[in-house]
Ligand binder design. Structure first.
Ligand code: PEP
Ligand code: MG
Length: 325
């Protein structure tokens, strides 16, 4: 099978009925780009920028960040890059950050909350990203957004960061595209208002599943409850995808679900056209895409989406997939 998949490296990700699907990569550092470039991805849909902040004694400076991002942009040779601003606090705690004292880190000061609490740090990263965006197509994405209020706060900081760059006559992308990760149910349910203020959204299913089902994504004892195909998760996904399509704004999924070939057909049938994943999943997902007839899938998927029973959802999905093998 591996040899068969390897043949797909240069095949376009197009369905049998001619619909193009965008396949993007997830990276943690500049070192991950080479393998993705070899697979012919359309760009990077998620750069987990917080890894550059770990394993060091102090916060990186704007120049250090700029140098790193410039390197990533150059290695992508014109392909688009989505830089997620740092998402620290739960499992990733840098030394300079001090120990966490909260009982519930996943419900505490993480992601965008931490950035909004440390605006000097936040704007430093924003400036580095906007400067790197002069060198190629770069978008900025904010993690763990829970409401439109946080988007408004991010936009205020973004404007301040732009003003700071203007004040020192620095070159930067004044019109940089900004987006939000949808990974908290409250954001999924209010995505209409969120999308009116920004350019795109990307769904972080790893966290969205965790928060929707109240099942820790890393806790083995409740892993049986952590179900990407749970009807509640699917309803949220469908709402986000449909809202984005209606508003004509790009939507992708960048959680592990996007790289799980079991869900490729289902997600396409729900309207998703943009998937971002780790390098090792690209070819298996592409293999599903090129064998799918979307028009046919869309009719069949209604049964799965109308169902409320998670066990039945699993069975229906298996049946749905095997009938298209
Ligand atoms: C997610 O939550 O799905 C996601 C992509 O972000 P992370 O896995 O880094 O939390
Ligand atoms: Mg997440």
């Amino acid at each position: 099978l591996k040899r068969q998949l390897n043949k797909l490296k240069n095949t376009a990700a197009t369905t049998l009925d001619g619909i193009n699907i965008e396949l993007l990569g997830n990276i943690e550092s500049v070192n991950d780009i080479k393998s993705l470039n070899n697979l012919g991805v359309d760009g990077i849909g998620l750069y987990r920028s917080e890894f550059f902040y770990l394993n060091r004694d102090a916060l990186p400076t704007e120049e250090e960040l700029y140098t790193e991002y410039a390197d990533v942009v150059k290695k992508l040779k014109g392909k688009p890059l989505t830089i997620r601003t740092i998402d620290l606090g739960v499992d990733k705690n840098p030394r300079w950050f001090g120990p966490s004292h909260t009982m519930n880190p996943a419900l505490g000061l993480t992601g965008i909350r931490l950035c909004l609490a440390e605006p000097v740090m936040f704007r430093t990263q924003m400036r580095a990203i906007m400067r790197a965006a002069v060198l190629g197509p770069v978008r900025m994405m904010w993690p763990m957004i829970s409401s439109v209020t946080e988007i408004q706060q991010c936009l205020t900081h973004l404007n301040t960061a732009k003003q700071q760059l203007n004040d020192r006559f620095q070159k930067f992308d004044e019109k940089i595209q900004v987006g939000a990760m949808i990974e908290i149910p409250s954001a999924a349910l209010t995505v209409n208002s969120i999308l009116k203020l920004i350019d795109f959204v990307s769904v972080g299913t790893n966290d969205l599943i965790q928060y929707t089902l109240a099942a820790d994504r890393n806790d083995e004892s409740v892993s049986y409850l952590y179900q990407p195909g749970h009807p509640a998760v699917l309803k949220l996904l469908l709402h986000v995808i449909r809202t984005a399509v209606r508003l004509n704004k790009p939507v992708s999924i960048c959680g592990e679900m996007a790289g799980d070939a079991q869900y490729t057909r289902l997600l396409m049938a729900m309207g998703l056209r943009r998937f971002s994943m780790n390098a090792n999943n690209i070819l298996a997902v592409k293999n599903q895409i090129i064998q799918s007839d979307l028009l046919m899938l869309e009719n069949e998927v209604q049964k799965i989406l109308r169902n409320d029973d998670p066990d039945k959802a699993l069975k229906l999905l298996k049946k749905f997939n095997s009938s298209h093998e």
